[in-house]
Every structure is written in structure tokens, then in C-alpha cells.
Design a protein. Structure first.
Length: 337
């Protein structure tokens, strides 16, 4: 006897099949189908500062900073280096711009770019001796380094010690402050996505997939990893330099564990390997954390439960789920068993 069963089948929408190539667009509807997903979030992000109150503008700034850190984490993870120390990149940029501002007296428009490059370079140099390590061993080193630097600053009273450096220049006005980080966020988002689809990005991903095959092709994988660390470190250093001028202070909290854990959580919740998922995860988790401040000690419990729900219910990530629902529909079909 033939038993008929049903299973769920996923099918690409007809518009997706026809619009995978830009030359296949044949109607205004198909143009909207392609344009709305990237354009609508960008417009929303640029309009939000115009309607949000001052407090939530600060929250938006924090979310954008953690989104940048999450993208830098996602980038080096795509090269096969799982980092637990984004605080290293952040702290390097923060202290570099603090030193350039306080001791060298450089203007803000010069200290931030210099701190971005110098901080990325110093971060790459510090991690260069352990670049041959893989998996959990590399992760452990990245986790320990910012904690170690924090204790060195405390013990030696370097750069103000536990009191830090105060009186750092602020931005000219709140609009420059908020739109600077949003523009950099969008540039990094589209830049990372374009980079990973280029020949250079394919080599970086190949280092993660099969480094032996890449080495057999005559490519120095350790030089490629060092370049990836510099790029990710520069993005993280910009975050530190930027927030230093926002708060007009830099101190030991720049190496806090929050700058390592929250970017990782944002990338996992949003969806790894997409960069847009990292932004989406940060834009959800950071405002959620702020909204829970009013519940006191239960904040951590509710926040942890929310993370578990996100990870268990959507292990692929929120961005992957939304993208799949947008491009595909599901139906039940009969199969013979």
C-alpha cells in the first residue's frame, strides 16, 4: 500500500528568479522588489535622528558603534579567526585619540582618522605573534589581551591610570556627532559586502575554508590574515576614537568586556556572514538593553532570556530568516513513502 505524506517545500518567488541579474528587470514592480530591501533601511537610519529625542539619539549612536564592532568581528570570523577581544580594537583607538588630543593637541578632524589607522596597526602588531593559532586558542589570546592591557594601565598609572584622560574635544554639534557614525556605518556595511565578493574577499574566505589549498597556490595566508586584522582593527579603533570624543573622556573602561561580548551577540542574533545581520542584531539588542534599565536587577535576566529565545527560535539569525521569507514561499506537497 502506498502511503502519502506531506512535506514542506520552499520555492523561490518568480520575481527573484527573474531579478537575480539586473538585466532581467522588466517592470517597475521588479525594480521595487530589488531596490526596497537595501534602500528602505538606509532611509530609515538617516531619518531616525530627525525624529528621536536626545536620549534615544545617544542610544542610536551606541547601537551604531556596536554594529561597527559586530561587522569587524564578522569580517575576521569569515577569515577563520574567531575573536573574543573586540575591546582590544576599541581600546586602542580610544587611547590613541585621547593621547593625540590631550598631549599632542591635534584637532578632532585629524585625531580620529589617525587613531583609526594607528589603532588598527597596533592591534594587528599585538596579534601578529599568535596569528598562526587556530580556533579556541586564538580566541583565548584575544580575550586576555585587553584585560591584560587594562591591568597594566592600572598598575603603571599610564595615561592617567584609573582616572583616565578628561577634557577631550567634543564634536561641533549633535548633528555632526550622530551623522558621522551613521555615514561610517553605511560605508563599512556596503564596503565589507563588496569586499567579500571581490577576488580579494574570495581569497580571504578560502583561507577560512581550506588554508592548505590556498598555501599550495602560493599565497601567504598569514599575510592575508594580518591584513584582515588591520582592516577589522581599524574599524574597531574608529569606534573607540569616536566614542572618546562623544564622552570627552577615555579610561580603563575602554577595554571593558562589554565591547567584546555584545558585538559577538549582535552578529549571532542578526545572522553571521551577512554584515547586514550584524547591524540588525545591534539595532535590536542595544535599544532592548536600554529599554530594560527600568526593571532594575531583572534587566540581566530578561536580556539573557531574550538572547536565548532569539538563538533557539532563529538559529540562522534574524536577517537570514527575513531574507528567506522575502525571497521564497513555502507550501506543502505530497510525497510517497
Amino acid at each position: 500500500m502506498v502511503v502519502k505524506r506531506k512535506r514542506k517545500e520552499r520555492i523561490d518567488r518568480g520575481i527573484k528568479a527573474r531579478s537575480d541579474d539586473i538585466f532581467a528587470l522588466t517592470s517597475f514592480r521588479e525594480m521595487l522588489y530589488v531596490a526596497v530591501p537595501p534602500v528602505l533601511p538606509v532611509l530609515l537610519l538617516l531619518v531616525l535622528p530627525l525624529v528621536l529625542p536626545l536620549y534615544w539619539k545617544k542610544v542610536l549612536i551606541s547601537a551604531a558603534v556596536f554594529a561597527l564592532l559586530a561587522m569587524s568581528w564578522d569580517f575576521i570570523a569569515a577569515v577563520g579567526m574567531v575573536s573574543l577581544g573586540q575591546a582590544l580594537f576599541f581600546g586602542m583607538g580610544a587611547y590613541t585619540t585621547g593621547v593625540l588630543d590631550h598631549y599632542a593637541g591635534l584637532p578632532i578632524w585629524l585625531s580620529i582618522p589617525l587613531a583609526t589607522v594607528i589603532g588598527g596597526f597596533l592591534s594587528a602588531i599585538l596579534l601578529l605573534p599568535v596569528i598562526r593559532l587556530r580556533g579556541v586558542y586564538f580566541s583565548m589570546v584575544t580575550l586576555v589581551l585587553p584585560l591584560m592591557i587594562e591591568r597594566i594601565i592600572e598598575a603603571t598609572a599610564l595615561f592617567g591610570g584609573t582616572e583616565g584622560i578628561t577634557g577631550i574635544q567634543s564634536f561641533p554639534n549633535q548633528w555632526v556627532e550622530v551623522y558621522l557614525v551613521l555615514v561610517v556605518l553605511l560605508l563599512c556595511l556596503f564596503g565589507f559586502r563588496r569586499l567579500m565578493t571581490s577576488d580579494y574577499g574570495l581569497v580571504l574566505k578560502a583561507v577560512s575554508d581550506n588554508d592548505r589549498a590556498v598555501m599550495s597556490a602560493g599565497i601567504n595566508i598569514y599575510w592575508s590574515k594580518a591584513q584582515a586584522l588591520f582592516i577589522a582593527g581599524s574599524v574597531g579603533s574608529f569606534c573607540g576614537a569616536y566614542l572618546t570624543h562623544v564622552y570627552m573622556f577615555v579610561g580603563m573602561p575602554a577595554f571593558a568586556l562589554d565591547y567584546s561580548i555584545l558585538p559577538l551577540a549582535s552578529a549571532v542574533v542578526g545572522g553571521m556572514g551577512t554584515f547586514a545581520g550584524s547591524v540588525m542584531g545591534a539595532m535590536i539588542l542595544v535599544p532592548l538593553s536600554e529599554a530594560l534599565r527600568g526593571v532594575g536587577g531583572l534587566r540581566t535576566v530578561i536580556y539573557a532570556i531574550s538572547l536565548v529565545v532569539f538563538i533557539v527560535a532563529l538559529p540562522e539569525g534574524i536577517f537570514h530568516y527575513i531574507q528567506r521569507k522575502y525571497h521564497q514561499f513555502e507550501r506543502w506537497v505530497e510525497v510517497e513513502g
